[in-house]
Design a protein around this ligand. Structure first.
Ligand code: NAG
Ligand code: NAG
Length: 322
């Protein structure tokens, strides 16, 4: 047993490494939270603060319990001073509900920690990045994807999160992921490097990261804060954070010398709401349409040329025989 245990431990390390290895990162303890948890939360000298109804046990931080109308947060109170990072979050979303449960939780890289509000317990019109682990489709009639659904939002304080539409109109990317109620460990990784945001999941207990989405041209400043929030309303669930591991990624000299504090969060290349319609499908459709149109036009031309040629030779022949 011990042998198998250490083998699987080694495997976990190896698999973890293949993902992190690329640029020689190192774990940043100030932005990590692993068991055994620190004995103090929310005091002035602790890195991590609990907010709202969240509570810490020795096995997990519970953002909300499986009861109605609760909200809770877990915030790191040290701003992130480096540009490029990767965060691994081990979480567990579970509860009694079979068909009705919710709403999910959100992972933040935001300017203002510990605010309350309607977006999974955090404020609307926020500044920064949200990765939303949504378990319930409020707009289930119009939603084209299956829930749970993971999506990302980048906000400069002007965008409104429309809960009834699950933020579809402002989300920049997303993927389906069955992370709720699993008996295996469920993890999500968020990597921000050279303005590329990549979200990956490991929810099938295979210790393999599967890319959920990867999107370029994402601008985020330094000196924002990591946080986790969840809220329950009519629907409820246990939203637990088990561990957070943050890695500082090696950064180019140019990026390091850049003053990134005053960058305004932006995702200029993303088309908000495009996750609603399957863009890849629709664009391949239009390519196919154009192709068919061209073939059709060529066939018509060939037909016209052919019939002109036929008529001519026919009239030649007619001349010859009369
Ligand atoms: C904030 O974002 C909105 C929507 O993407 C954009 O129209 C606006 O120009 C941005 N404002 C600033 C100050 O960047
Ligand atoms: C999605 O498709 C529907 C119908 O094809 C269209 O009316 C709607 O405007 C599209 N939405 C976006 C965001 O492209």
């Amino acid at each position: 047993m011990k042998f198998i245990g250490s083998i699987s431990f080694l495997l976990i390390i190896l698999v973890g490494y293949t993902y992190e290895d690329e640029s020689d990162p190192y774990e940043d303890r100030e932005h990590s939270l692993t068991r055994p948890y620190p004995s103090v939360f929310s005091t002035s000298n602790s890195y991590w603060h609990l907010h709202g109804f969240s509570l810490a046990t020795d096995r997990y931080i519970r953002l909300t319990s499986d009861t109605q109308s609760k909200y809770g947060g877990l915030w790191n109170m040290i701003p992130v001073t480096y540009a490029d990072w990767e965060m691994h979050v081990h979480f567990h979303v579970h509860g009694e509900g079979k068909g009705f449960f919710g709403d999910g939780f959100a992972i933040w890289y935001a300017r203002d920690p510990k605010l309350d509000g309607p977006v999974f317990g955090y404020t609307d019109y926020f500044y920064g990045l949200a990765v939303i682990m949504d378990t319930y489709a409020n707009d289930h009639e119009r939603q084209k994807h299956i829930y749970p659904y993971i999506s990302a939002i980048v906000n400069n304080g002007t965008l409104h999160y429309n809960h009834d539409r699950d933020g579809t109109d402002i989300s920049i990317a997303g993927c389906e992921s069955s992370f709720r109620g699993r008996t295996t460990d469920t993890l999500v990784a968020i990597r921000y490097e050279n303005n590329r945001l990549t979200v990956s999941t490991d929810v099938d207990g295979k210790n393999i990261w599967v890319v959920c989405f990867s999107i370029d041209n994402i601008h985020l400043p330094t000196n924002y804060y990591f946080g986790f929030t969840a809220a329950t309303g009519q629907l409820s669930d246990n939203h637990d954070i088990i561990s957070v591991r943050t890695f500082q990624l090696a950064t180019s000299e140019q990026r390091r010398s850049e003053d990134r504090k005053n960058i305004i969060p932006a995702a200029p290349a993303a088309k908000p709401g495009s996750t609603e319609n399957d863009t890849s499908k629709s664009s391949s459709w239009s390519v196919l349409k154009i192709f068919l149109l061209v073939v059709f036009v060529i066939l018509i031309c060939l037909g016209a040329i052919g019939s002109v040629w036929y008529m001519r030779s026919y009239s030649h022949r007619s001349k010859r025989f009369y």
